[in-house]
Ligand binder design. Structure first.
Ligand code: NAP
Length: 467
């Protein structure tokens, strides 16, 4: 082990890139490492922390968002520092980080989304759920997006994971129910004008393989004036799936039971409806004047793959679904970062159990680690990141013990470089003031928080609050 590394004379200096749940759980694991003096700096490209907790979790799920209180506690440790408004690759290079830290933990999530790769996907009105979610959450990257809800009666959501559920719930519930949340003002104004009465959820596999959690669909059914409609054909569980379902988590069985109850009960006379369709996938989007008008759906049957998992096999049956808007919720995808090996097939940073590799299947790259969605792909709930980040930190600490981390040459180099470049980074104290300001502004408007979606305006507020 490097002489004294981790002792009071020579603290282990680590940085995270990203400030979402996986980054905070990594910080927590690092600061808890027993007998070691660890200092952690966190870099975040936005002026605000918390990643998907702020910009992804739906505004009507404030209980999930309240996990940020746990992160506040972690950030109280004097060995932790936050550097918001700093983009790695632009404001600081990877080489600068390597000269300043023993280890770099990449926690950059999956910032893009999967494409379907079918004709018409670029028509106006065919949008990604990533954009829609970022837009209603006031994420600066998506504040300029527009969704023509006023002229839309039927919206199709492709995919049936929990992101699809979030989008469906936001579209179907009354805007009044969202008014006291931290939803972006622009989104609330648009939702107030919405004409949407039906969301059609399109699952490419059967009801037994629906990716949503049962409580998410039950929550939609509990919304006032919203029906969850499933035809008997769509609720049917084929023989393969019935057997397979017995081997699955109880949650999958609960979802099927719920869907079959909806089918047995038949459609209810409600103002709005979530229609669940299964074994269908878009093969083309049809347009009219450059705007989506319909989807050609190809039906499917299920076959078992060699692992015994039911997979969709397209069959020779097609139908057309007229739609006014489409949201694709078919999974997030990582964005390659120059200088870091990317696993293009999986859409993540190339890694083995959290150690970043020099190329896919290659050797571990000294001093680089990855956590969260950038490590394992876009799966799991917020809490999934806690054990996942701990596991990566365990690898990092093993490398500290084996003296195979980086050997930084410049103490405080990253901060010095930011100051030399006159970059106005956001400290944790700045964020705490902004947090209090957002809450106060929200209170004036009868909301839990008012989020300014423009980075320049956020920075202006940060500066004003320093005075
Ligand atoms: P997901 O759970 O992986 O769901 C993706 C959906 O897209 C699946 O239904 C998948 O079908 C479908 N799909 C993928 N490629 C497709 C294609 N080419 N054509 C048609 N359908 C396709 O992903 P997600 O909804 O983006 O959620 C990401 C993670 O965040 C999940 O772990 C989720 O639970 C979590 N999350 C949780 C909450 C919450 O707890 N409230 C909210 C949001 C997100 P197949 O199953 O057939 O692949």
């Amino acid at each position: 082990m490097t002489q004294g590394l981790g002792s009071g004379n020579l603290p282990i200096r680590v940085c995270t890139v990203g400030s979402g749940p996986s980054a905070f759980y990594a910080v927590e694991a690092l600061l808890k490492a027993s007998g070691l003096d660890v200092r952690v700096d966190m870099f975040e490209r936005l002026p605000t922390p918390f990643g998907l907790v702020r910009g992804g979790v739906a505004p009507d799920h404030q209980k999930i968002k309240s996990v940020s209180k746990v992160y506040d506690k972690i950030a109280e440790d004097p060995r932790f520092r936050f550097f918001g408004n700093v983009r790695i690759g632009k404001d600081l290079t990877i080489e600068q980080l390597e000269r300043s830290y023993h280890a770099i933990v990449w926690a950059i999530g999956c910032e893009s989304d999967n494409r379907l790769g079918v004709p018409g996907e670029d028509l106006a009105g065919v949008c990604s759920a990533t954009e829609f979610v970022g837009w209603y959450n006031g994420h600066p990257d998506f504040r300029d997006r527009t969704f023509d809800l006023q002229r839309s009666r039927r919206v199709a959501v492709v995919g049936n994971g929990n992101v699809a559920m979030d989008c469906s719930r936001i579209l179907l519930q009354s805007a009044d129910r969202l008014a006291d949340t931290d939803i972006a003002d622009h989104a609330l104004a648009t939702l107030r004008q919405s004409s949407v009465t039906e969301v059609v959820l399109l699952g490419r596999r059967g009801p037994a393989q629906a990716a949503f959690s049962p409580k998410e669909i039950e929550e939609i059914a509990e919304l006032p004036d919203v029906d969850v409609a499933v035809s008997a054909e769509d609720a049917h569980v084929d023989e393969h799936s019935a057997k397979w379902l017995e081997t699955q988590a109880r949650s999958a069985q609960r979802s099927v039971k719920f869907l079959q109850e909806c089918a047995a009960r038949g459609p209810q006379d409600r103002k709005k409806r979530l229609t669940c369709r299964f074994l269908v996938a878009p093969v083309a989007f049809e347009g009219d004047g450059g705007r989506v008008r319909a989807i050609t759906l190809q039906h499917a049957a299920l076959d078992l793959d060699k692992d015994g998992t039911p997979r969709a096999r397209p069959i020779d049956r097609f139908t057309t679904l007229e739609v006014d808007l489409v949201l694709k919720a078919v999974g997030y995808r990582g964005v390659p970062l120059p200088g870091l090996a990317f696993d293009d097939r999986r859409g993540i940073i190339a890694n083995l159990d959290g150690r970043v590799l020099d190329r896919v299947g290659g050797a571990a790259r000294r001093g680089h680690y990855v956590v969260g969605w950038a490590k394992r792909g876009p799966t799991g709930l917020v809490g999934t990141n806690s054990p996942d980040s701990k596991a990566t930190v365990e690898q990092l600490l093993q490398d500290v013990r084996a003296a195979t981390t980086l050997a930084p040459t410049v103490e405080g180099g990253a901060e010095k470089a930011l100051r030399a470049a006159n970059l106005d980074f956001v400290t944790w104290q700045d964020w705490q003031r902004l947090d209090a300001h957002e809450r106060a502004q929200g209170q004036d408007r009868g909301k839990v928080r008012h989020k300014e979606p423009d980075v320049a305006a956020l920075l202006q507020a940060v500066r004003a609050l320093r005075k």
